[in-house]
Design a protein around this ligand. Structure first.
Ligand code: GDP
Length: 139
């Protein structure tokens, strides 16, 4: 069983899309094994997205991610990383496949409603960024 980090980003929380996202997670047979609503500070957002620190959009992205509450979750299931990425759709909502969350709800390349880890190493870093060992191993 694989674990991945999922986030309903501040745009998704503000637009009351938490229920829509969780409905899809459950319908696709992924389990939520940890969850919390957090309002990231700018520096927490910078730490989370440190891999992007040289990108031109880093400052905007970390402003956005710290602009309001976000729902962070650990999802567990078979092929959870790839499965959740597929449900999210491409980063750019204009290129996202029909039926994906980003295709249906994103409004902008940045304000794309959800986040998902892209590999086992990033999933390990990202789940431990927000959840302690006790929370990560709870069912
Ligand atoms: P993801 O793994 O699909 O979320 O995509 P990336 O890791 O490449 O980028 C992280 C996040 O940065 C994306 O989800 C967007 O919110 C944002 N982002 C990516 N590309 C751009 C861009 O060209 N401009 C802006 N403003 N934000 C971007």
């Amino acid at each position: 069983m694989e674990q991945t980090l999922a986030i309903v980003k501040p745009d998704g929380v503000a637009r009351k899309l938490i229920g829509e996202v969780i409905k899809r997670i459950e319908a696709n047979d992924l389990n939520i094994c940890a969850v919390k609503l957090i309002h990231m500070t700018k520096s927490q957002a910078q730490g989370f997205y440190a891999v992007h620190k040289e990108r031109p959009f880093f400052n905007d992205l970390t402003d956005f991610m710290s602009s309001g509450p976000a729902l962070v979750m650990i999802l567990k299931g078979e092929n959870a990383i790839a499965k959740w990425r597929e449900m999210m759709g491409a980063t750019n909502y204009k290129e996202a496949a029909q039926g994906t969350i980003r295709c249906e709800f994103a409004t902008d390349i940045e304000k794309n409603v959800v986040h998902g880890s892209d590999a086992p190493e990033t999933a390990a870093f990202e789940t431990s960024y927000f959840f302690n060992a006790f929370e990560r191993t709870a069912e």
